[in-house]
Design a protein around this ligand. Structure first.
Ligand code: AHR
Length: 501
């Protein structure tokens, strides 16, 4: 059976700008993400590298692309002391690296200068998560001064001596991470007040710093925002995290479990809307509401976590690594649709994490590297980055099984955007096993310049070290179907982007 769907592009009702920051990523010193996945060390003769960063990964990330990168955690950030990661590598201290219950030896080879160099290499804006849990206000102020000040001080002279006379110009600063849990087990009101102290002092050091305050669940979020409602100017972005954990096994999932995971990805929109409601409620009249920073998002399968539903499937030893299938790529695509729709309230988002760990687009093993279906899902969205989001209406369609037919349960969904080079539409056929025949109704679009599809034999299809190219992008043919109508055939569980002149 084939699903018939009609989608109508509403070029007359632009939503807003899709900030490049919505396509951010997250690199934590957790297992093999930063060390091994990105950083193999200066002078490494076995794995080709650029200043210690794997050349293959650098090239893959440039081509994905990565407009923004958050570092060094996660939970790791609230143990991290930035001074450990500057100066001559051989004299940097070896510390106990801690995140997510793991304890590792960290030689601090990858520190602030290296991170900034990496961001420049791949074209990413840096986003630094500061240490509130085991640090101090002064320590974070010093880090901001070291990175951003241009006046001649001991700290900026030290930065110059370490190779960077010019300031790094880091705009985004996280004031702690998950401070309701690993970042200090605060209660909401105490954290909100403590945040104010940090933010006040940080603003003195760099009035242009964009500060990110830590959120959690609805109760915490409302209380933090309410507590700080008279100090609105101290907050720029409100951080929330959302991991999808109800899809059961990473690869051997059932049809129901497939839909559960996609529904969870879709539900991220409700979380953003609820958070946005709290922000609106407590924003003083005439003041621009602060943005929402979804600075950790993605699938977290039970094989890679010791907590939550079906965690008995956890693989030992726990590596935080998991398989990435077509299902995960579609879940990421659904989230990106949400981000585009919410681009007026969502100011940044970071997929967790960038290499090897959790919902990673890139995997490495020794000298080998392969790209996951999620990598290709992200790459398919490149034309939307920085463009103006446009609504797409489902004017006729079929719901996914058990869904009442509405936009959120339509088997075929889509997002669109436009910029000076043209208009792009990305479509997802979420159906587990039925192909879709889509009529796309547009106005004023004359020519398809590029159309590519991401599809696999099964929703469980994946790439691996043995078969790195099972899943990749392929060209798609799109036929003009009358005036301003286009016919697109989508296999089950697939995603495609069509670029129009
Ligand atoms: O991404 C892994 C962990 O998940 C991060 O360290 C933490 O912020 C979150 O709980």
């Amino acid at each position: 059976m084939t699903i018939d769907t009609t989608l109508t592009l509403r070029a007359d009702a632009p939503i807003g700008t899709i900030s490049p920051r919505l396509y951010g990523h997250f690199a934590e010193h957790l297992e093999r993400c930063c060390y091994d996945g990105l950083w193999v060390g200066l002078g490494n003769k076995d794995i080709p590298n650029i200043g210690g960063f794997r050349t293959d990964v650098v090239n893959a990330l440039k081509a994905m692309p990565v407009p923004m990168l958050r570092w060094p955690g996660g939970c790791y950030a609230d143990h991290y002391h930035w001074r450990d990661g500057i100066g001559a590598p051989e004299s940097r201290p070896r510390r106990l690296g801690m995140s997510c219950g793991l304890q590792v030896e960290d030689d601090n080879g990858l520190g602030t200068h290296e991170f900034i160099a990496f961001c420049r290499l791949i074209g990413a804006e840096p986003y630094l998560a500061g240490n509130m849990g085991s640090g101090s206000v002064q320590e974070m102020c010093d880090c901001v001064e070291y990175c951003n000040a241009s006046i001649s001080t001991d700290l900026t002279r030290e930065r110059a001596a370490n190779g960077s006379p010019a300031p790094f110009g880091v705009k985004l600063w996280g004031v702690g991470n998950e401070n309701w849990g690993c970042g200090g087990s605060y209660d909401a009101a105490t954290y909100a007040q403590e945040y104010r102290r940090y933010a006040t002092m940080l603003r003195h050091v760099d009035p242009k710093a964009e500060l990110v305050i830590c959120g959690h669940n609805d109760a915490w979020n409302e209380e933090v925002i309410r507590t700080n409602r008279n100090h609105y100017g101290l907050m720029d972005h409100f951080s929330i995290h959302r991991y999808w954990i109800n899809g059961n096994a990473e690869t051997n999932f059932t049809e129901d479990q497939y839909y559960n995971l996609l529904a969870e990805a879709q539900d991220t929109e409700n979380f953003i809307e609820t958070t946005s409601g709290f922000i609106r409620e407590y924003t003083p009249a005439g003041v621009k509401p602060i943005g929402i920073a979804l600075d950790e998002w993605g699938v977290w399968h039970p094989e890679a976590r010791p907590w939550g539903p079906t965690h008995e499937l956890m693989r030992e030893p726990l590596s935080y690594e998991q398989a990435d299938t077509m299902r995960d790529a579609l879940a990421a695509g659904i989230a990106l649709e949400v981000f585009h729709r919410q681009c007026n309230v969502l100011t940044l988002a970071n997929l967790a994490q960038i290499v090897n760990v959790l919902h990673a687009p890139v995997m490495t093993e020794g000298a080998a590297m392969w790209l996951t279906p999620t990598y290709y899902a992200l790459q398919l969205h490149t034309p939307h980055i920085g463009a103006t989001a446009l609504p797409i209406e489902v004017t006729h369609g079929t719901s996914v099984p058990n869904g009442q037919f509405n936009v959120a349960s339509s088997a075929v969904s889509a997002t669109a955007s436009t910029n000076n080079s043209g208009t792009a539409v990305t479509l997802i056929n979420r159906h587990f096993d039925q192909a879709a025949s889509v009529t796309l109704v547009t106005s004023g679009l004359k020519q398809v310049v590029k159309a590519r599809i991401l599809a696999g034999d099964s929703p469980r299809a994946q790439n691996s070290i043995e078969k790195p190219d099972s899943i990749a992008l392929a060209d798609l043919s799109v036929t003009a179907d009358g005036s301003n109508q286009w016919r697109i055939e989508l296999p089950a569980h697939s995603m495609a982007t069509i670029e129009f002149a």
